[in-house]
Ligand binder design. Sequence first.
Ligand SMILES: Cc1cc2nc3c(=O)[nH]c(=O)nc-3n(C[C@H](O)[C@H](O)[C@H](O)COP(=O)(O)OP(=O)(O)OC[C@H]3O[C@@H](n4cnc5c(N)ncnc54)[C@H](O)[C@@H]3O)c2cc1C
Length: 380
Amino acid sequence: MMEGTTDNCDVLVVGGGPAGSTCAWQLRKQGLDVMILDRQDFPRAKVCAGWITPAVLESLAIEADDYAREGLTIQPLSGFRTGIIGQPEVETAYGEPVSYGILRREFDDYLLRRSGARLRLGQGLSSCERDGDGWLVNNDIRARMLVGAGGHFCPVARLLGARPGSGEAAVRAQEIEFRMTPEQARDCPVRADTPELFFCEDLKGYGWIFRKGEYLNIGLGRQDENGKLGAHVQAFVEFLQRRCRIPADLPRMQGHAYLLYGDTPRRIIDDGVLLIGDAAGLAYTQSGEGIRPAIESALMASDVIAAADGDYRAATLSAYEERLIQRFGKRDQSHSLQLPEWFKLMAGRRLMRSKWFARRFVLDRWFFHTDQPPLLPAVS
Ligand SMILES: Cc1cc2nc3c(=O)[nH]c(=O)nc-3n(C[C@H](O)[C@H](O)[C@H](O)COP(=O)(O)OP(=O)(O)OC[C@H]3O[C@@H](n4cnc5c(N)ncnc54)[C@H](O)[C@@H]3O)c2cc1C
């Protein structure tokens, strides 16, 4: 672009993760000129276990077989082992795929390229100011509408007043995903179709081991005020190593944080701007699953933006917030990462040993949300 000129678009999406690329994909299908700005080049790594439910694929209009034919990893999951760290776990076998494991590096890149949006990669948002009834971003992009999809630390969320790290009850997590050596893969007893979930003894978080072909993903997340995540992760890793479920020599873990829907006070709408995905703090309170809400929020936001037909005042965009409430309920005072308080107080540890409870409540209800049908895209 020549010096002094600007690149104009209808909608600028800041952040090319699943939320941003899904929103752009739908807006492009509805004829809008969309640009995605992401500070990273793609494909890029993302700290995430990479577990998705079939509802996610339906919302994205992706067939698992077609995705696999692109040479991308998609591991069908037909069972789960669940328990409490240090105690025996129970296995729930479904006999058919109830979820999938993907590699975020591949998945996010695939969605981004498929979106059809113009891409500005390797460029973070450095400045953003109002410009008439739109925005001037980085001094060279003019957009009528701004979508904040930059994850937990999204700069557009900060513009709307978010202060990540101060006063927000975030989930903090550490994890590592690595390609096993042939010897490690041979000796690894974790089955690729059956991930393992272990809740902390105080039920304030859980750890996982998740195998996707030659890749192993190990992590633990907690919603904790006392800053002792590292000690919990260490205890979890030692527990797994004592049971010979993971290699003795693990690469260094990576950390990240994000918000659960029930606990998020972020403002998500203003004139000409709205937030989607982790930027809006939408992950499911019971499981910490964030990809499905990120994608569903993107579908709802794109519907509202397209229907606004250029009238991007906050009053018009408020239809998006209403749709979020219809879909996910009112944000409440639920301060637990995974489990309702009554469950913790009563008999959490005993119930976790029950096969019936593990399947009906922990998995079907809290992890798979089988009671909530997939949200389908307006145009696929
Ligand atoms: C350890 C861990 C494990 C998880 N496991 C799962 C799981 O198994 N299943 C699940 O459903 N959820 C999981 N989650 C949650 C899930 O990762 C998130 O909810 C999901 O990635 C949200 O998608 P998003 O598009 O909103 O944001 P992101 O995926 O975070 O994408 C945001 C994008 O914005 C870009 N960006 C950031 N800042 C800027 C900037 N200043 N300028 C431009 N671009 C910027 C980033 O580079 C990034 O590409 C996990 C989270 C953690 C921390």
